[in-house]
Design a protein around this ligand. Structure first.
Ligand SMILES: NC(=O)c1ccc[n+]([C@@H]2O[C@H](COP(=O)([O-])OP(=O)(O)OC[C@H]3O[C@@H](n4cnc5c(N)ncnc54)[C@H](OP(=O)(O)O)[C@@H]3O)[C@@H](O)[C@H]2O)c1
Length: 268
């Protein structure tokens, strides 16, 4: 699908992957709307994206706020043609050290923040018989990685949502896509790296380090080809297609990496 003259709405569009998606959508001729919490970051993002960019402040974890922001975007740019849900938080750490609130935040922002946006947009897309939905999950939504007991389940939940929704919307003209990025050089990754266990760093390094620009480019190319699942790079592509088959080997390999890394931390 081409994005020219389309209304593309991006949650988490003020930073990182979401900001790059916004830039590339605007460059392709889309009318872009951005939703995030910090008005100062949103104003900078609007400038960086250029074109006819609308923004609204909302916490995606609060359904009434995200719905109101989407209605305001629709008043400016018309019905949403493509929604991309990139708003997300990641708090890696050892299970015993992570407060229960970190698990609740991950589900509230990553899963329910996506769900609320889709609930506000998808029914109208279905009525019009056209549109696209792009969910941003993570490599941590494909396999349960060390250090991601809070983050991983929220990204697995997105996979369940995307697969069920794809099945329901098949044949309606509304396309569903889910992206599983590996480590990507963004403010979120920099923040994560301050608390990420060494074991997690040793394991996720296998997916390489991507730029937000490259992830956004791959996403746009995948959307144009109406792909369902996008797994940038060979390691995550293998994980996506072969994880059940390879599970015993993967557990052995990742446990070994964690043991080696733990040797360096001295933790048992
Ligand atoms: N970077 C990676 O290595 C990586 C890898 C795999 C998947 N991902 C996923 O990719 C997505 C984008 O991550 P990123 O690395 O680009 O992060 P980022 O640079 O920190 O951007 C996150 C965006 O989400 C917004 N946001 C966060 N919490 C929000 C909330 N409660 N309500 C509304 N907006 C909120 C942020 O703005 P405000 O803070 O102003 O609200 C910001 O615009 C996330 O879902 C992340 O889990 C990232």
């Amino acid at each position: 699908m081409t994005l020219r003259d389309q209304h593309v709405l991006i949650t988490g569009g003020s930073s990182g992957i979401g900001l790059e998606l916004a830039r590339q959508a605007a460059a392709a001729g889309a009318r872009v709307s951005l939703i995030a919490r910090d008005p100062a970051k949103l104003a900078l993002a609007r400038e960086a994206v250029g074109g006819v960019t609308f923004s609204a402040v909302a916490d995606v974890a609060v359904e009434a706020h995200v719905t109101e922001a989407i209605r305001a975007a629709e008043q400016t740019h018309g019905p949403v043609d493509v929604v991309m849900t990139s708003a997300g938080v990641a708090e890696p750490g050892y299970f015993a050290d992570l407060p229960t609130a970190a698990f609740e935040r991950a589900m509230a922002v990553n899963y329910f923040g996506t769900l609320y946006a889709l609930k506000a947009i998808v029914p109208a897309m279905r009525q019009r018989g056209r549109g696209a939905v792009v969910l941003v999950s993570s490599g941590a939504g494909l396999h349960g990685f060390f250090g991601y007991t809070a983050y991983g389940p929220s990204k697995f939940a997105l996979r369940g949502l995307a697969e069920s929704l794809r099945a329901e919307l098949n044949g309606t003209g509304v396309h569903v896509m889910i992206v599983y990025p590996p480590d990507t050089d963004t403010p979120q990754l920099a923040a994560e790296n301050r608390t990420k266990p060494l074991e997690t760093k040793a394991i996720t390094a296998g997916g390489g380090l991507w730029t937000a620009e490259a992830i956004a480019r791959a996403t746009m190319a995948g959307l144009a080809k109406r792909r369902f699942a996008l797994t940038p790079g060979a390691p995550l592509t293998a994980l996506y297609w072969l994880s059940s088959l390879l599970a015993p080997l993967l557990f052995w390999h990742f446990d070994r990496l964690a043991r080696k890394a733990r040797g360096r931390t001295g933790k048992d």
